[in-house]
Design a protein around this ligand. Structure first.
Ligand code: HEM
Length: 349
């Protein structure tokens, strides 16, 4: 059994771990292992939104442009789509990098392209949401050996890790949390309110991407996922999307991954911005929707063990203030971190 924290990031703990002494998880899980030379990564979300129904021509042109840019640079790119709380169809590209100076050079051009004057129109809105966390500020967890998301940048997966299958495991896997409580600072605020709206994030803002892959399930397991687990997951995602602010969730998206031709895959993920890791932990531990899906997952991961074909993974980041960038062109005010900043201005927090 390995520690989820790689040897080169182990420091003396001043913060407690949540698992009991001698903890043995009831089922295996793994984490991405980055080479010690990787000290920081970038996760850049490029989104385009339009009123669901008819896709304006500018969307195709813009996506072709960002796809061309993504073909030359990022270590990994994901494509996904969702309909947001205001009924806007939204298509995203997520570009992952393990070299942040390379990313910054690339991003200057990609940002200009994505948020250019040519994209300023009534039919569509464009956004970029970027985190550049140091490797001590995020963690991953996989129920199996199929790599997703940021883990594509890692050399390999670990062997079975100790810090999982109990509440507080995510915090215990974040290297910086060994000696930092990761408390949130002042809330997000709009700092540039021109045609392009720039949001200054928040120190220790938290992002989770929590994924589900039912590609390989069949028979009873597929039925159980689609009929028993997915509706509960959807209810949790709807709750966070509509009412998440009550529990510290600034914005939530429930996305389906798509392939290069836009075909929907049997893979989804929740992606949400949180005021703090503590708020996210609390929702996972206490809210009936996640409690219910956690209970289901425990039941069959423990029973099926490595034979389970439903694959689960997540990546959780707690970003420093200078590791964040948010910019919106022509987006509705409920979009992503614009929504978080509006909550603050409305005194709703
Ligand atoms: C079908 C969907 C899901 C299933 C089956 C599921 C199941 C689980 C399981 C089994 C764990 C424990 C993992 C471990 O430590 O071994 C877990 C942890 C967690 N899940 Fe989910 N989950 C799902 C979706 C989500 C989503 C969409 C989110 C957030 C947007 C989320 C947030 C969390 C968090 C934050 C933890 C870590 C809690 C902690 O360490 O204290 N989950 N989930």
């Amino acid at each position: 059994m390995e520690s989820a924290i790689p040897a080169h990031l182990v420091t003396e703990r001043t913060e407690p771990v949540a698992h009991p002494p001698g903890w043995q998880p009831p089922y295996p899980s793994f984490v991405a292992r980055f080479a010690p030379s990787v000290t920081q990564v970038a996760m850049a979300y490029f989104g385009v939104q339009y009123r669901a129904g008819s896709e304006p021509p500018i969307v195709r042109t813009a996506l072709a442009g960002i796809d061309a840019a993504c073909a030359d640079g990022p270590g990994h790119v994901d494509r996904a789509r969702y309909v947001d709380e205001a009924g806007y169809e939204t298509i995203v590209r997520i570009a992952y990098w393990d070299d942040v100076s390379e990313h910054e050079r690339w991003f200057a051009t990609a940002r200009e392209l994505w948020l250019s004057d040519r994209h300023s129109c009534d039919e569509a809105g464009f956004f970029v949401e970027v985190l550049r966390p140091s490797t001590s500020r995020f963690e991953t967890l996989f129920s199996n050996d199929r790599i997703e998301g940021v883990a594509h940048l890692a050399g390999t997966l670990s062997g079975e890790v100790r810090e999982h299958a109990y509440w507080g495991g995510a915090r215990d896997r974040i290297p910086l949390a060994q000696r930092d409580a990761l408390e949130p600072a002042a809330p997000p605020v709009v700092v540039d309110d021109g045609v392009r709206r720039v949001v200054r994030g928040q120190h220790n803002l938290c992002l989770i991407r929590s994924g589900q892959d039912w590609t390989d399930t069949d028979g009873d397991e597929r039925r159980m996922y689609l009929e028993e687990v997915e509706p509960v997951l959807r209810a949790g995602m709807d709750f966070l999307r509509e009412d998440g602010n009550a529990v510290g969730c600034y914005a939530n998206r429930y996305l389906r991954l798509v392939d290069e031709d836009g075909n929907t895959l049997d893979k989804s993920f929740g992606m949400s911005w949180w005021r703090s890791l503590a708020d996210l932990d609390r929702w996972a531990k206490d809210h009936p929707t996640h409690k219910a899906i956690f209970g289901q997952a425990m039941k069959y991961l423990s029973t099926l063990g490595p034979a389970a074909r439903l694959r689960l993974y997540h990546e959780v980041t707690v970003a420093a203030a200078d590791e964040q960038y948010f910019e919106y062109l022509g987006c509705h005010p409920g979009t992503g971190m614009l929504r978080a900043a509006a909550l603050d201005q409305a005194g709703a927090r």
